[in-house]
Design a protein around this ligand. Sequence first.
Ligand SMILES: Nc1ncnc2c1ncn2[C@@H]1O[C@H](COP(=O)(O)OP(=O)(O)OP(=O)(O)O)[C@@H](O)[C@H]1O
Ligand SMILES: [Mg+2]
Length: 456
Amino acid sequence: MMHSLRARLLWWVLLPLAAFMVVAGVMAYDAARQTADLLQDNALLASARTIGEDVEWSNGELLANVPPAALEIFESPYQDHVFYRIVADGDRLLGGTPELALPSEHAAYPVFYDTTLDDQAIRAVAYQRQLYNAGEALSVVVVVGKTQASRAGMLAQLWHPQLIRQGLMLVLAVVLVLIGLTSELRPLMKLKDDVADRDPMQLEPVRVDHLPTELRPIVDAINQCIARLKLHTSTQRQFIADAAHQLRTPLTLLDTQVQCARQCVADEPALSDALTGIHRTSRKMTEITNQLLLLARAESAPSPAPNVSVDMTQVVSSVLEESLLAAQRRDIDLGADLEGDLRVAGSEQLLTALVSNLVDNAIRYTQAGGAVTARCRLAGEEVVLEVVDNGPGIPAEMRAHVFERFYRGMTDVEGTGLGLAIVQRIAQTHGGSVGVAPGKGRVGLVATVRLPAWKD
Ligand SMILES: Nc1ncnc2c1ncn2[C@@H]1O[C@H](COP(=O)(O)OP(=O)(O)OP(=O)(O)O)[C@@H](O)[C@H]1O
Ligand SMILES: [Mg+2]
């Protein structure tokens, strides 16, 4: 079963064409055969007549002289054997080869017939002439036969050029049809690439301009499907965002209540320990809820990002300022290397979350006493942000997975596994990208974010 549309169309064009060519070929062969037969028979008859004309009476006896011209007529490069037999009065041999068969039924002369001689196929003609002598009538039959080499040669000469012409036409048709199909199927292939190369998050309709009318209904159906998918996805994202948002209030309340309870039971160690546990769990839940909310926001953010310029220098500075306390607590040297005008188009809130997640990772996974630096610079049309640390880094086999949701490395540090998924999503909605690589001398980690620079 062929699944290629092009192969099938080609098949349906070529099948009738090939059938037509076979019929035309057979007809051409038939016409060539008729012509060759006619020419051969005419030559045979002319030869038999010439021989017959030269049979004469001589002193009351019949005498047959075979003139050379009668046989020269058959001269050809094919070296045919020519035989003749002259018979008078039914069975009296006047000359020639006696083995050459006479026609079986004596129909009206001249008779053309096929026979064999020494196992060779022979085409022969029998020609009859009446001779009169002193009131006596005598019938003389002249038979001339020849082998078939020149006829076969003539047939080939007549038929082969036709065959070659038709073969060439078939080849030409295949080439033209292939070219035509390739060019006509290009919009379909482009449509296929368009749909196949899509990012799973890209729920924009497929463009319909420049498409053949036959493809429009398919594309319309795909677009309707995409629209439904988009609605469905946005409803779900909204649901997650709402749920996370709703969860935040009771969780904050829980946090306060647990703190209050801890103060009240400070003199009962067992209860106090339990409350400390509850407090840690509620903290973790708050963290997950916050990250989920952020991810839902990042995913429902319009792509491309809104046309508002955001100063990355300012975003990075404010994130570093907020992280200072956490860095000090772990005795980490937090530094910055920021160039002047670094603006990108997008959402300040989301970009702050992006930087904050990277700096948070660097501080949390680097050993106490380590160093974390945030660098931001302009490289051509891009603003490049690098968060560099000298911590344990990420092993090569894990690097491909760290951007997956809920993926966590081999670490004792608490976390939800959503941070880098959020970073990647925000970078993508801003038309940029993110990557992680080992630092200089394969120490630590460099997380690099590239965003298109703001254009005035
Ligand atoms: N700077 C880093 N150094 C070493 N490992 C890192 C670093 N940043 C991330 N990782 C590894 O990548 C994993 C995924 O990071 P990600 O930020 O997505 O999640 P998380 O930090 O575990 O959770 P969250 O950020 O949501 O609190 C981490 O669990 C950690 O193992
Ligand atoms: Mg993280």
